[in-house]
Design a protein around this ligand. Structure first.
Ligand code: ATP
Length: 131
């Protein structure tokens, strides 16, 4: 048994595979899906998503910045506007974004844009390590 995963943005299929496990973080926390999971719909947090290939050989890691996840009948759809595969992450760009956000937070601790930018950069840098 496996899960057919379709990871899509409004414009394209980002990734598609047969998986033995899919792990994402929703607004309620991290959740892992194994084959046979009950139907579920959730809002994705800014976090890593991991997809374990059905043959067990590879774990695909993505930085996911917003979107939805849905699973039913061993078919999982991850819909995200902004997501990057680990290998596609530009670390230097993420480090610059991280420094910029930290700088802005030193000036104003409650800067919501900077808090969000720092979170995106941190997730990108964390996921990039897995490339
Ligand atoms: P930056 O300040 O570097 O633009 P950001 O967090 O503001 O970062 P987003 O608005 O989240 O960027 O994303 C804009 C586009 O750039 C998206 O398509 C996203 O996938 C891509 N992107 C952003 N940062 C990176 C990165 N470090 N590596 C690869 N793609 C990135």
């Amino acid at each position: 048994m496996s899960i057919h995963v379709e990871f899509v943005s409004p414009e394209r299929v980002i990734f598609e595979a047969e998986a033995k496990e899919v792990i994402v973080r929703t607004s309620d926390g991290e959740i892992g899906f194994l084959p046979g999971h009950v139907p579920f719909v959730g809002v994705l947090a800014v976090a890593e998503a991991r997809i374990h290939d059905a043959d067990g050989s590879t774990i695909h890691s993505f930085a996911v910045h917003r979107g939805f996840v849905e699973i039913a009948d061993d078919h999982c759809t991850i819909l995200s506007d902004v997501a990057e595969a680990a290998a596609d992450i530009d670390r230097a760009r993420a480090e610059i974004a991280q420094s910029r956000a930290e700088e802005a937070l030193r000036a104003s601790r409650d800067d919501a844009d900077a808090i969000a930018a720092l979170q995106r950069a941190n997730v990108r840098l964390e996921v990039a390590k897995k490339a």
